[in-house]
Design a protein around this ligand. Structure first.
Ligand code: UT7
Length: 331
């Protein structure tokens, strides 16, 4: 029997229309375009406006585009995995809600929460389901309404995040393309450095938790920065080494977009030229589990079948990882 690989066969995305610029943020909190550009590298980010709109609304739009581009009817999708830290609700999961909004009926669907590494974790699940031979058309969608958990009076976090969704289709192939290798790690002892403190079972929502602003992103920036720089660079170098990939062999590095300095450190560590690094943080900020598929979506036309691509992420948990894929198609 031939080896089955799981390959990405299409990408879709959705970006909300509203653009929140550094200039507008400078009027809301004590910050400046100069600080944000120098320390993080973000110029603007998108914000989902509209009463009653959640992550699933963006996820559904991304999946609709994906189905259209890949010529897939909703009935043919047999698994949908949603990566998110901003689900519509604590429960039920957002994956089934996206299915409902897209017209995908009665399939297996669930959420994965690995924060900024969420897309890589969800892609790994998809890879294993497809390789098992059990699933033929799997949608992996990162959908984040980060603005719903951002405190726009806290300058240390409100400049960082944006809203977006992006999705990929994963299918089986007997060709030597697709997910070639994955390294995923976690260290729960890092949880106090980056979290939403209330709203879960440890600190259920109350007047006190709301007054204490415990329902938005809390981040100790420097502690997270140090771990992100070393762990994302280490794991990316490790996946390249164990697959005998030199910098020349790698067509693209697709890093999670949290901070341009973390991206630069990872590229430097791997010896990869800046032209081969997908960077769109300046336009969208940190969209958590949507950053990596959003890059693939933007760069799709430049990707060629057989391109060696390294995906890398670091996020709350801590979680981090790297995935080596061989691109499966020419657009
Ligand atoms: O995606 C999930 C994983 N997350 C990450 O990877 C994020 C990792 N962390 C970072 O990217 C950076 O730590 C930040 C961008 C969050 C912060 O940058 P930093 O260079 O580490 O700044 P800092 O926290 O050390 O703050 C330096 C100064 C402080 O002022 P003082 O104490 O030196 O007077 C901050 O109060 O910058 C101040 N500051 C700001 N000033 C203007 C913090 N935020 C702002 C701001 N505008 N928005």
């Amino acid at each position: 029997m031939k080896n089955i690989n799981a390959v990405i066969t299409g990408v879709g995305a959705y970006l909300p229309e509203y653009v929140l610029t550094n200039e507008e943020l400078s009027k809301m909190v004590d910050t400046s375009d100069e600080w944000i550009m120098t320390r993080v590298g973000i110029k603007e980010r998108r914000i989902l406006k509209g009463e009653g709109k959640g992550a699933s609304d963006m996820g559904a739009e991304a999946v609709k585009e994906l189905l259209k581009k890949t010529n897939t009817s909703p009935e043919d999708v047999d698994l949908l995995i949603c990566a998110t830290v901003t689900p519509d609700h604590v429960f039920p999961a957002t994956g089934p809600i996206i299915c409902d909004k897209v017209g995908i009926k009665d399939i297996q669907s669930f959420d994965v929460n690995a924060a900024c590494s969420g897309f890589l974790y969800a892609l790994d699940v998809a890879n294993k389901f497809v390789k098992s031979g059990m699933h033929k058309k799997v949608v992996v969608v990162g959908a984040e309404k980060m603005s719903s958990i951002t405190d726009y009076t806290d300058r240390t976090t409100c400049v960082l995040f944006g809203d977006a969704s992006a999705a990929v289709m994963v299918e089986p192939t007997e060709e030597e393309v697709g997910v070639m290798d994955t390294i995923l790690r976690s260290d729960g002892s890092g949880r106090q450095h980056l979290l939403m403190k209330a709203g879960g079972s440890v600190n259920p929502s109350s007047h006190e938790t709301i007054d204490a602003k415990m329902h938005s992103v809390y981040q100790e920036g420097q502690a997270v920065f140090k771990r992100a720089v070393s762990n994302m660079a280490d794991v990316s170098a490790e996946i390249a080494e164990r697959n005998n990939l030199t910098a020349d062999d790698i067509a693209w590095l697709v890093p999670h977009q949290a901070n341009l300095r973390i991206i630069d450190a990872t590229a430097r560590r791997m010896g990869i030229d800046k032209e081969k690094v997908m960077i769109n943080i300046q336009r969208y900020g940190n969209t958590t589990s949507a950053t990596i598929p959003l890059c693939l979506w933007e760069w799709e036309k430049q990707l060629k079948k057989g391109d060696n691509i390294v995906l890398a992420a670091f996020g709350a948990g801590f979680t981090w990882g790297s995935t080596y894929i061989k691109w499966g198609y020419n657009s």
